[in-house]
Design a protein around this ligand. Structure first.
Ligand SMILES: NC(=O)c1ccc[n+]([C@@H]2O[C@H](COP(=O)([O-])OP(=O)(O)OC[C@H]3O[C@@H](n4cnc5c(N)ncnc54)[C@H](O)[C@@H]3O)[C@@H](O)[C@H]2O)c1
Length: 437
């Protein structure tokens, strides 16, 4: 691993802009401008102001933000792209033992930042997977770099206050949450606890401790009730269809409130199905690779033509780090690949890389399934310089390699044995009784 600290490059205007659209680097910046490839689905209309007026929010903090540069005078692109903060950082990464949090922590450590992890190590999936993530982080962390791990609940006020007092982080990357749509229907309270209460508590501490930038994980699930195919941040997402989606939408709303009341810089990132090495075992990419490798049956709902946006972990980490480095006053971004993959194609790519035919059980469409959903990532491209670079084929190839070389040899926890095999969240009541015992 060898990332330069400035790997999070500045946001650049799309290639169809005129040259005045380039973001200028801060004086003395040693790094050349590198134009990313065109965003996969840059749309004509960039109206960043549907449910809440993001343009006005973006400009609300410009008086003390001289690094912001207006990238285009077009009425659609009045938001400013910000030059990245390039200095070394101490970043609090919540959920840092989980899939995405540990991957971000690895990237931050590799580029020289200090990382403070808080994770309660819950058993939503097998804890050995999280322990393995932490072990890898400890192993790769050079002795001169700073990695501290705290095990505890972000909702525990005394505990979190002591972490902030002891560590004094200046940047927060909040990835801890209860994830998963279906388990949230079975047990909504644990989602209200970790996601809504936990995020509010962290923002409360963040404004009190003068955090420079609070970046948190939202989810594409907030679009659950939408009829669109390309999901854009412009859409009103007031109709979440699961407690998980509602909890993420609630975090976005509360984040705006903390920005409004205390000028806390907050960015919410709506991730679209993230997969890759060390991926969550309750998610389709891991399950498909695992089941095809072990000769177990897969369930295919519908004729296989439905399509989803799957995002490789390295692209997501790149987007998260770009967001951390740019303390926008308040923004919400989609982070996806920006193009869809059909279920049929998905299965055949897994078969190709595993080298085995899938046993597929075709079932009727599930109620509410939509044929094609995908992220519109043009806003993240404009304001963060984000553009996914790993194709689904290449991402699955790398994930299969990890599964065979690392997972099967070192971890080898069969997903069916975890929780109830669905990745069911333990209920909050269960956790409390375990703690009390
Ligand atoms: N993986 C995806 O495809 C995806 C998609 C959309 C959004 N997200 C969001 O991204 C974030 C990271 O997801 P992930 O896939 O890495 O999940 P993960 O389950 O692997 O990681 C989350 C971590 O948070 C920890 N955690 C949960 N509640 C906590 C609490 N109250 N206190 C302390 N730690 C707690 C868990 O122990 C876990 O290690 C989550 O917020 C999730 O909702 C993920």
């Amino acid at each position: 691993m060898g990332f330069r600290h400035s790997e999070s490059m500045p946001a650049l205007s799309p290639v169809d802009d005129d040259s005045s659209g380039d973001e200028r680097m801060t004086d003395g910046d040693p790094h050349p401008h590198v134009a990313p490839p065109p965003a996969p689905n840059v749309r004509d209309a960039h109206c960043f102001s549907s449910c809440v007026d993001l343009n006005s929010m973006c400009s609300s903090n410009t008086s003390d933000d001289e690094s912001s540069v207006v990238i285009n005078s077009s009425p659609h692109r009045r938001a400013s792209a910000m030059s990245p903060h390039l200095g070394l950082k101490k970043v609090l990464v919540t959920g840092g033992a989980g899939f995405i949090g540990s991957s971000v922590a690895m990237h931050l450590l590799a580029r020289g930042d200090s990382v403070v992890i808080v994770d309660e190590m819950n058993d939503y999936y097998d804890v050995r997977i999280k322990e393995n993530n932490l072990r890898r982080l400890r192993e790769m962390c050079p002795p001169e770099h700073h990695l501290v791990v705290y095990v505890g609940d972000i909702c525990d006020e005394e505990f979190m206050l002591s972490v902030f007092e002891a560590e004094r982080p200046r940047w927060v990357c909040h990835m801890a949450a209860r994830a998963g749509v279906r388990p949230s229907i079975q047990d909504p309270f644990v989602y209200i606890h970790s996601n809504i209460r936990g995020t509010t508590h962290l923002m409360e501490l963040s404004h009190k401790f003068g955090i420079e930038n609070f970046v948190f994980a939202s989810s594409s699930s907030v679009y659950g009730g939408s009829k669109s195919t390309f999901f854009s941040e412009d859409e009103c997402v007031d109709n979440p269809v699961s407690p998980y989606a509602a909890s993420k939408k609630a975090c976005e709303l509360l984040a705006y409130t903390y920005h409004h009341l205390y000028r806390l810089n907050v960015t919410g990132l709506r991730f679209f199905t993230v997969y890759g090495p060390r991926g969550r075992p309750d998610m389709a990419p891991f399950k498909f690779i695992d089941r095809v490798s072990r000769g177990l049956e897969l369930q295919q709902f519908g004729d296989g033509s439905s399509s989803r946006d799957y995002t490789y972990i390295d692209d997501i980490v790149d987007g998260i780090v770009r967001a951390i480095d740019r303390p926008y006053p308040y923004q919400v971004f989609n982070l996806g690949k920006g193009s869809g993959t059909s279920l049929r194609e998905f299965i055949s790519i897994v078969e190709k890389h595993v080298g085995r035919d899938a046993i597929v059980n075709v079932l009727p469409d599930q109620p509410g399934d939509v044929p094609y959903t995908c992220a519109d990532v043009s806003k993240a491209y404009d304001l963060l310089g984000y553009s996914a670079t790993v194709s689904f084929d290449e991402g699955i190839r790398r994930t299969v390699r990890w599964y065979e070389d690392e997972y099967v040899k070192n971890i080898c926890v069969e997903p069916e044995t975890q929780a109830n095999g669905m990745g069911r969240a333990a209920s909050f009541a269960e956790i409390r009784s375990v703690v009390a015992a």
